[in-house]
Structure formats: C-alpha cells, structure tokens
Design a protein around this ligand. Structure first.
Ligand code: FES
Length: 69
C-alpha cells in the first residue's frame, strides 16, 4: 500500500506508488525509495520538490483531522 506523508510546510512524501503524468507515462523514480512531491508550486522540477518551499517561506496549516460529511 502506498503511504503519503504530508510534511509540515513542505512536500508530500510518497512511498510505494507509481508517479505518472497525465498520459500515464511514469516518472523515473528509484524503487523502494520515497519521493517528495511539491505542494507549494515553486519547484523548478515539478512534480518533485526541489527545496524551494523553504526559500519562499511556504506555510501550511494542515493537520490530520476527521472528515465531515
Ligand atoms: S514543496 Fe518543496 S518545492 Fe514545493
């Protein structure tokens, strides 16, 4: 099962999932290794994090809370 960790003020760390583009073509990632996906929008190598979140002072308030509905 894939595991996605939401890093505080940083990327999504994804382990155990195939990362593909809109055509289904896979991005080359090392098997068994976590990859960091950008969620701040500032990375120059999207969809991957390049550390730019720290340079722009990206701040996110998200915490795991129960879904309503
Ligand atoms: S989250 Fe790291 S560059 Fe966007």
């Amino acid at each position: 099962m894939a595991k996605i960790t939401v890093k505080a003020n940083g990327p999504y760390l994804v382990l155990g999932a195939e990362i593909v583009d809109e055509t289904g073509a896979p991005f080359p990632v090392e098997a068994g290794k976590a990859v960091a996906l950008c969620r701040c929008g500032a990375s120059q190598r999207k969809p991957f994090c390049d550390g730019s979140h720290a340079k722009i002072g990206f701040h996110a308030e998200e915490r795991a809370v129960a879904l309503k509905g």
